[in-house]
Design a protein around this ligand. Sequence first.
Ligand code: PMP
Length: 365
Amino acid sequence: MTNDPLRWVRQDIRDIVPYQAKVYPEGVKVDANENPFPWPQRYVERLQQELAFYPFTRYPDGEAKELRQALSEYTGRNAAEILVSNGSDEAIQLVLLTFGGPGLATVVSNPTFVMYSMATRYMGGNVIDVPLNEEGNTFRLDVQGLLAAAAREEARVIIICNPNNPTGNCFAEEDILAVVRGTDKIVIVDEAYYEFAGKSLMGRLDEFPNMVIMRTFSKAFGLAGLRVGYTVASAEIINEIHKVRQPFNVNAFSQRAATIAIEERTAFEAQVKEVLAERETLCAELGRFAWQVFATDANYIFLRLPGSTKEEQVRRAAEIHQGLMDRGVLVRKLGGGPGLDGTLRVTVGRPEENRKLLAALGDLA
Ligand code: PMP
């Protein structure tokens, strides 16, 4: 008898190539769209006090009442309409666990955030891709294509990322709403970068019972390492999602840190302003190189390298990515899908980091 327990692993899981997060403690890390600034001083002091006094020896509040109350004030929604999660990565899983599953399908518009497809696949579901339409230096939703896909029997969840990662743009609000209105399936609008874009569909939730909005503390609020996301939808939908989460899915420190981040949000808003000002400078500087700079509403910029063939573009992107790494600058190299060949995504860093990036690019271009 063979003794190979791995043969019992589901074949579709064995086929997955795992995502390898890059750990890059030194140098300029502009690959993951984080807030580049350190925590505001007063925020650090408040968290230090938490460590001294908060009863971390006890299990966290499984209902995250205090954080949900803070989020209720921040979003203008009722606390019963809010679910917090271990990053919005977990929220994506939870919604798909609730509404999707084996044999069911998630509709996505590539290029977009890879986690939607990954989570769908490891849950035994299928991905229906309705590619974005590239128009000049931006991307547009294929509304008719999305509605046709949503109408398929197996389709359960449609995911729209707004602003879209990695392309950076917000979609036209009327296009998103045309999708939400044109289907009774669940439509997730992922607003991970809301604070940078300043645009949200949160105020339209009451009109659309099938709309689910997701956000995160990992970007503008600088808590990527603490893993806090949240999902807002009707209380009925949120109640169903609660059933499939772990009872203590967000740890006590992260709950406190996120609550205090909301209380101290003026300091984070000042950081967002600085990032946006830096983004304008960086876009203008990047425009001097020969590559295509796409429009952005977020804290990152999508670039496509020039070349007369796709192969040449891919080769140039790989060279620049490696050349930047050799100079201590980590950006995200994308690829492996329509629209993504020969592209890079650069997060807006602190002013001195952006200068280093530009200097390194100057060497390489
Ligand atoms: N959605 C989008 C669009 C993202 O870019 C990210 C982070 N890369 C996430 C969700 C996940 O964020 P987190 O799990 O850190 O909350």
